[in-house]
Write a protein that binds this ligand. Structure first.
Ligand SMILES: CC(C)(COP(=O)(O)OP(=O)(O)OC[C@H]1O[C@@H](n2cnc3c(N)ncnc32)[C@H](O)[C@@H]1OP(=O)(O)O)[C@@H](O)C(=O)NCCC(=O)NCCS
Length: 280
């Protein structure tokens, strides 16, 4: 039986390569770098949640989990193809889950893999289907007169953490710095409600959190408006509890499809909220 051991910084490059293979998606070098930066950050802030196994052929599998206040979060979980379905995933996930013992809540974004589904359900997670909306934003559908957002700064961190706690029970804390290092942060803060969103380089939301659906909707409109004309665009990680986001996706004529699950333990799908795939 392969031994499980704590992950170290030297494992990150091999873990990135293995995850790219097993998720079957070619990654740009920028994506590879941001994957490694994020994993190094999680390893540095919470090394006890990160576990690997290796054999003569190299890295056999790994699980990267971390705690934020009383939430346990799983960022990534992979077993090499030739070893899948033989129980290694169970042992890696058990090691990661043990790190979260005593946490009130658990969150992870699951692939559609049936083996992953079995593991998460056996660990007591409820699996909520996620939707993704893709296509070209119909710019004629963008509303005029959106409330003005402002660019977020480090001075907003307490505000962001407070919003996180209201929606998912725990702050993102140090994870905001990683998001801010490669995303634009927009903030809407007014009497009617408060919220924030991180947008990637093509204006897609990678995390959105707000006090109310009106504010969340305004932030998502702002994101869609910042998309490149005639470029592919995605609104990802939409649970059916977030119908306000479904309505924006349909209004700008993107096409819905189901894509994996938001797996939760100890909390209902956060609303209004579009989670981050790894930092949740
Ligand atoms: C998800 C993953 C990490 C699990 O690791 P693993 O070593 O395959 O997991 P295990 O062998 O411990 O458990 C797999 C479960 O699926 C079952 N299984 C195996 N092959 C199966 C198949 N073809 N169809 C249905 N179930 C299958 C196993 O019997 C086991 O269930 P059980 O414990 O109830 O009997 C691994 O399969 C993987 O890397 N998948 C691709 C990447 C991915 O989707 N990662 C998850 C991201 S959220």
């Amino acid at each position: 039986m392969l031994a499980i051991r704590p992950m170290g910084p030297d494992d990150v490059g091999a873990a990135e390569a293995l995850s790219a293979i097993e998720f079957g998606k070619a990654r740009s070098s920028a994506h590879q770098r941001s994957w490694c930066t994020r994993t190094e950050h999680l390893l540095a802030t919470d090394p006890g949640g990160c576990w690997v196994a290796d054999d003569g052929a190299g890295l056999a599998g790994f699980a990267v989990s971390f705690r934020r206040e009383s939430n346990w979060l799983l960022a990534t979980f992979v077993v090499r193809g030739d070893l899948q379905g033989a129980g290694l995933g169970r042992r890696l996930l058990d090691a990661a889950l043990a790190h979260g013992a005593g946490c009130e809540r658990g969150m992870l974004s699951a692939s559609a893999d049936v083996k992953a589904f079995r593991r998460y359900r056996a660990a007591g997670f409820s699996l909520h289907p996620q939707l993704s909306f893709t296509g070209r934003v119909d710019r004629a559908a963008l509303p005029a007169g959106l409330p003005p957002v402002r660019e977020g700064t480090a001075a907003d961190l307490d505000l962001l953490d407070d919003l996180d706690r209201r929606r998912r029970g725990a702050a993102h804390g140090p994870d905001h710095a990683v998001l801010a290092s490669h995303c634009r942060l927009i903030v809407l803060d007014r009497a009617a409600g408060t919220g924030y969103a991180y947008l990637n380089d093509v204006g897609e939301v990678v995390l959105l959190c707000a006090t109310d659906e009106g504010t969340a909707t305004a932030l998502l409109w702002e994101a869609a408006a910042s998309s490149e004309p005639d470029a592919d665009y995605e609104i990802a990680h939409v649970t059916t509890a977030n119908e306000w986001a479904i309505d924006v996706g349909l209004a700008v004529r993107l096409a819905p499809a189901t894509e994996g699950y938001l797996a939760l333990r100890g909390l209902a799908p956060p609303v209004p909220y579009l989670h981050n795939g790894a930092l949740l």
